[in-house]
Design a binder for this molecule. Sequence first.
Ligand code: IPM
Ligand code: MG
Length: 365
Amino acid sequence: MLLKITALPGDGIGPEVTDEGIRILKCVAEIFRHELSVSTMPIGGAALLASNDPLPEVTLKECLSSGAVLLGAVGGPSFDNFPRHLRPESGLLRLRRELGVFANLRPAVCFAGMEDASPLRAEIVRGTDILVVRELLGGIYFGEPRGTQGSAPDRVAVDTMRYAESEIERIAHVALELAKGRRGKVTSVDKANVLDCSRLWREVVTRVGRQYPEVNLDHMYVDSAAMALVANPANFDVLLTENMFGDILSDQAGGIVGSLGMLASASIGGRVGLYEPVHGSAPNIAGRGIANPVGSILSVAMMLQHSFGLEKEAAAVTRAVSGVLRGGARTRDLAKPGQAALSTSEMGNRIEEAVRRGTGQEVAI
Ligand code: IPM
Ligand code: MG
């Protein structure tokens, strides 16, 4: 099969971790005899500095003509005071919209042997295997009107949370379908005691849920879901939620399983799938070769599965990651004081070796 990929390394640690994702793609292509073509394009702050556009037209065109997109990270403190349309993040949001990827899947798994990397007690975090299904193209991220009016000190800023029934319906189907292949449970998270958007959300999700009698659907308010996630993370299976709640709760899930550096994501449902680690550009550690590449490498596994239907190949990557972690390999974000920490490329190398050996234990993503 031809694996035609656009790589968007972006800012901060994006390029370092994307290199390791591409290394694993090359290794998989070689072992399973696929043809790999990777074209690397600018996005985010790097693109802004070069062409004054965080998502240049050439980048978007290349993404639209490829089989899948692998992104690193965008953003950095030097862009904090740029107007909204000239911020690196605007490039990413536009890319998601142009690709039409409304369903964002973010698995948070506590791998065997990794319990002690969590800030929670081992007996609480053990067995945690959550799939956050985040709606990605609606809600307060995209609603109109928005903007800031007036002049200081009397300015007023407005953002609009907006959801159409059809947007809720399609993401509910994704979550309920995915639950069938897992433990059959969906927790839909909203703020229906306060927000109209959430009341509509709950009503539509409940209605769609009736089409899935085999799935156990329940609802939680976002505040109590945040508490339950920390108190009892292993109780969650699929966590379905809207755009902003999903942004927040997925970082929290990353913290629970030990490091945001572990979390991968797939954004699907549109013309071309977009795969990116959940962590940001981490400017404080950029360029030092110490970032955790697992989020990017597991994003590659999700790409193999969701964009190319290559289940065996995807499983080979997740098996390699879990095997290497079980064997004690740790990047700096995961290492205990006094424990040796691997560099970004050493971690990538260990995982590549494990893919080649075909060892480890399979983990569903
Ligand atoms: C994420 C990020 C993005 C988001 C930013 C960089 C726009 O935090 O993917 O979680 O808010 O969606
Ligand atoms: Mg986020």
